[in-house]
Design a protein around this ligand. Structure first.
Ligand code: DHE
Length: 653
């Protein structure tokens, strides 16, 4: 299996890891926002080159101060001729494969190539002039750490703590040991140094790290503070014991005051819940008429929705760990209860086994390392359990183990939890008193997102920093296999369909490379190809987060919101199930970022979000792949995930 190496801006980087561009980040930055023109800064080529160097190279290189996370560029003009340097800056990826020096550099730097910088000829000349000037001592390299305070005041420390939680913890971890993003504990950040940290925070890194400064999300002062903060020991994060969770519980509408049958004539099983991320709201939209029915306040950076087993209720979970229970049966869908079981969370799911419909709910925490079980109708907290443990590979005891994806079995009274840092798949049995973890299946570390196969027996989850998909037999509660797919698989919940040659299959795209991989998922009908990659489609779609299909659809849809090329972030691609190849890619809109798909109940329409302050939902006719309608409005602020009631409650994807 070939894997495309990881990119880092302006550098060949050792062991750099990818952080999602949108990690905790609100509205995603476009590359146009990220890359202010540098040539206008000055007519002097050396000064212009300095501006470009600080913007694109500084996070990874010094000139004469030793290797950073890329090589020291002092005297690089003496080591390589100019023509070679120009070609290298223009096409580092291509040259890492075709040029003998490029290949040697790639091998020397851990197979991690420099990222393309998209500089003009003039800009390349300017940056080379600057490197030569500093190498020859005619100009001093700016230290770049101006604005990073020596020490933080208590106010600055509090400010940094909050920014870290909002923007950084999702990828780097509360204790900063890394997972989706790299380790940024003080031992490593002090080595990187203030200047490089500041540059990284300002300009981001391709492959994931957002350009917080260039995107206007963090000010220069805030960036200085953060560059210092991440070099300090992380403050001990708060615990969230049962008493605190209970205290947060707010039952707004008791069960006996709720309707006993739907009060609406609408086709409520075709409602869509749409996450309005930065507004901290969920919009309920009638999937038949496309009318906005209700906007529910759910709290900070709401992340996903899941449906109760009957579909009557939506459960929303925010990054702040707040869970909201939304009743869809009143004429106007209504918030009926809220609770906060975690101080940082990404996932919930309902009890779906027969006899337990709408009865329980589980919330998985990013922090503290625990899961919480609630009454599914009231959100009364019932149990809280620690999930810390040892890493499956090193046996090291971990203080931070985050609950990532959760699925609910339709065939057993269990929830299945991806325990990210330790690499276990946990099985929680909700038929047992106090809802214990009854099995911890060792798999691979950095488990992130996943879903069911077409039978609902096998759970497939990406071990994203290990480039693998993991398959667990939930009925037998054992690991089936793990296999490599490409650089940072990110399937969302994945997609199940029948391939003309290989029977039932499932698939994933990747964050770290433009690759759609199809693997056999039919151990009964096609054991010869079960859990093996059967098709690999390389396409210009790195930075992909979600794939989606429907049993009635001839296609599998995929996005690429984290692509390095800003134009591509607005594209989606469609794969033909019948042909086993990509059908076409097309642009969803003139601004924002195309992200996440959901089908209507009968699988004839696909809804795509244009993630923007002035967001839109673009609806496609799934047969013809033509645009049918756009939902717009002032209220549509940063739409991200969309969840159809019927499809979500029945796990149709
Ligand atoms: Fe998500 C699913 C975690 C960033 C939108 N996201 C998930 C799941 C996890 C997760 C563990 C699986 C839940 C499940 O199935 O039980 N997401 C994280 C992060 O840790 C991460 C990388 C960084 C962070 O700080 O949160 C992150 N996620 C994002 C985004 O930036 C997205 C695009 C917009 C947002 O909310 O900020 C985003 N994630 C989603 C969506 C799903 C999701 C829409 C559900 C997909 C589905 O179809 O089920």
């Amino acid at each position: 299996m070939t894997t495309t190496p990881r990119f880092v801006r302006g550098a060949i980087v050792l062991g750099a890891s990818v952080a999602l561009a949108a990690c905790g980040g609100g509205e995603p930055a476009t590359q146009e926002q990220e890359a202010p023109a540098a040539t206008a800064v000055s007519e002097n080529p050396v000064s212009a080159g300095q501006a470009i160097f600080e913007r694109t190279c500084f996070a990874c290189h010094t000139i004469g101060e030793g290797p950073r996370i890329g090589p020291d560029l002092k005297d690089v003009h003496k080591r390589r001729d100019r023509d070679w340097l120009v070609r290298w800056i223009k096409d580092p990826i291509g040259m890492s494969q075709t040029d003998s020096i490029g290949r040697a550099l790639l091998a020397e730097w851990n197979n991690v190539p420099m990222a393309p910088q998209f500089l003009s000829d003039e800009e390349i000349d300017q940056v080379l002039e600057y490197i030569i000037a500093v190498s020859e001592g005619t100009v001093q390299m700016a230290s770049g750490d101006a604005g990073v305070p020596e020490e933080l005041t208590p106010e600055q420390f509090e400010q940094a703590k909050e920014i870290y939680f909002n923007r950084c913890a999702g990828c780097h971890g509360t204790l900063r040991a890394g997972a989706t993003g790299p380790n940024i504990q003080p031992e490593r950040t002090r080595q990187i140094g203030s200047a490089a940290l500041k540059a990284t925070l300002t300009h981001g890194l391709p492959g994931g790290m957002p350009a917080w400064g260039d995107a206007g999300i963090l000010t220069e002062d805030e960036i200085g503070i953060m560059a210092r903060y991440v070099q300090m020991d992380p403050p001990p994060p708060p615990a969230r014991p049962m008493a605190v969770i209970r205290n947060s519980w707010n039952l707004m509408v008791p069960v006996e005051e709720r309707p006993t049958r739907p009060e609406t004539d609408r086709n409520w099983e075709n409602y869509f819940g749409v996450v309005l991320r930065d507004a901290g709201e969920v919009a309920i939209i009638d999937g038949d008429t496309k009318e906005l029915l209700s906007i529910i306040e759910t709290g900070f950076a709401v992340h996903i929705l899941r449906s109760s087993s009957t579909g009557r209720y939506f459960y929303a979970v925010g990054r702040d760990g707040k869970v909201s229970l939304i009743d869809l049966w009143p004429e106007t869908p209504q918030l009926v209860a809220q609770v906060q079981g975690c101080s940082d969370a990404r996932s919930v799911d309902a009890s779906k086994f027969e006899g337990y419909e709408d009865r329980y709910l589980i919330e998985g925490c990013y922090w503290p390392p625990q899961y919480v079980v609630y009454d599914g109708l009231t959100l009364e907290p019932l149990a809280v359990h620690d999930v810390t443990g040892k890493a499956v590979d090193t046996g090291e005891k971990l203080d931070e183990v985050r609950v990532a994806a959760i699925v609910a079995s339709h065939f057993d009274p269990v929830w299945v939890l991806g325990l990210k840092e330790s690499g276990h798949v946990g099985i929680v049995d909700y038929s047992k008193p106090n809802f214990p973890i009854v099995a911890k299946i060792p798999t691979e570390r950095f488990l992130h997102d996943g879903g069911w196969d077409h039978t609902g027996r096998y759970f497939m989850i990406a071990a994203n920093q290990r480039d693998k998909m993991v398959v667990v037999d939930v009925q037998e509660q054992k690991l089936v296999t793990m296999f490599e797919t490409g650089r940072i698989p990110h399937p969302g919940r994945g997609a199940n369909w029948q391939d003309p040659e290989y029977g039932w299959v499932n698939g994933t795209t990747h964050i770290g490379q433009g690759r759609f991989v199809v693997y056999g998922a039919d151990p009964v009908g096609r054991p010869d190809v079960a859990w093996k990659v059967v098709r690999t489609i390389d396409f210009e779609g790195s930075g992909s987060l979600f794939v989606k299909t429907h049993p009635n659809s001839p296609w599998v849809w995929m996005d690429m919101p984290l692509n390095n090329d800003p134009k591509r972030t607005r594209q989606t691609c469609v794969y033909s199930k019948a042909k086993g190849e990509m059908e076409k890619c097309f642009t969803i809109g003139p601004r924002g970022t195309a992200v996440h798909f959901e089908y209507n109940r009968d699988g004839t329409e696909v809804w795509v979000s244009l993630w923007d302050k002035q967001g839109e939902i673009v609806i496609f006719d799934d047969r013809t792949l033509t645009e049918k309608e756009r939902i717009t409005g002032d209220w549509l602020v940063t739409p991200t995930g969309k969840f159809n009631v019927y499809n979500t409650s029945h796990d149709i994807y």
